[in-house]
Design a protein around this ligand. Sequence first.
Ligand SMILES: *Cc1c(COP(=O)(O)O)cnc(C)c1O
Length: 461
Amino acid sequence: MKREELLRRIPRVDALCRESCLEGFPQRARTQGVRQVLGDLRQKLLSGERSTIPTPGQLARQARRLLLARRASGLRPVLNCTGVVLHTNLGRAPLSRAAVKAVVGAAGYCNLEYDLDSGRRGSRQDHVEELLCQLTGAQAALVVNNNAAAVLLAVSALSAGREVVVSRGELVEIGGAFRIPEVLQQGGAILREVGTTNRTRLSDYARAMNAQTGLLLKVHPSNYRVVGFTEEVPLRQLCQLGHGHGLPVVADLGSGLLLPACSTLAEEPRVADAVAAGVDAAAFSGDKLLGGPQAGILVGRREAIQRMREHPLARAVRLDKLNLAALEATLRIYLEPGRAVRELPVARMLLLPPEEVKRRATWLQNRLSGQNVHLEIHPTAGRVGGGALPTRMLDSWAVVLEPTHGEAQELEALLRRGRVPVIGRLQQGQLWLDLRTVPQGQLELLAQLVEGALAKLDQPD
Ligand SMILES: *Cc1c(COP(=O)(O)O)cnc(C)c1O
């Protein structure tokens, strides 16, 4: 058939819009989707890539897929089958039930900055300050939008215009443009680096101190490790040195570890230890090992915290009511011994024994047997993620899928673009689903999603 004749036979937009499979979409969306499908078709006919015209039903179904995909974009829940517990791209820490309930409760009007006893204006900090002091032993506390903001605020309030002494082994980049030298610059401070990449001694700090010094800063190298011939100064010694010269000492801890001591987390600095060492302020995230919402938490001595509270930046980086509600509920869980490891999803996933992950993997393998897929379970290594314990592997188990029709890559894409997206890992032509990060209560949903994707692999259109 001649090209002109083909182009004449392209169905009309309004006719396709009336196809039954497009019912339920708003008129404007329908028209737009159909126009796009027909535009693509015209291009393909003109370029010679196609020489036939699909049926109106097929074209309408193409438009429907387009509209569904568009409707599905936006923020929504996914299943994390990567085995990375604090996956920054997947929203870091999933909240506990208590925290979710608190978020819903604070969504309307709430006593955010209103003191119900006196009927006067209150401070949003009041809801969490006492809890934080109780949990860490600090005199005072301040919460802001995230830990990057907490460090920036600490530097701005305590050392603007003056020198900040930092070890060369701790000039960290966290990712997302958080680099200690640049944060100091943003805070109006002057970086005074001391020591070497692998070794920094107390005498290095002592020699660097002068009339311009404003602050001693210790940064936890969250996402990397220097191993071998290394030396660093314990926080307690640094505090003694700083306070001996009348200078404040701040520690950026990265993750806020409040969980009870255990071997999995042994290398991470604990907030209470930093406070006991005498820091003026310790800064940490709410959504890393703490297992709460995005937040930056500062705990320490009354005077230093007060200076930060009064700094103009504090208002610019303040925490919103939803995160505050989630943070308060999360901190309350820590008040009762034993509750955190039972109720915080992050703690549960981190401490889940490998045998339990294997049991889940075996369940899923059995549940999916008989489908058009080759299934095995394999030991694998998960990670803590979120820039914590970078060298620590979490012994885990994965269900490994190899479709009998089609490629693992296609299966991965179908699952990722599904009703509830499933995020796994492609490895040597197989799809690996690590079950450490899939809660028991979501296994059946995962099985259904995999079944659905396998069915689509069989009948692509
Ligand atoms: C993660 C991290 C930050 C940034 O924390 P956010 O809460 O993501 O802003 C800053 N410093 C260190 C050492 C970190 O590990």
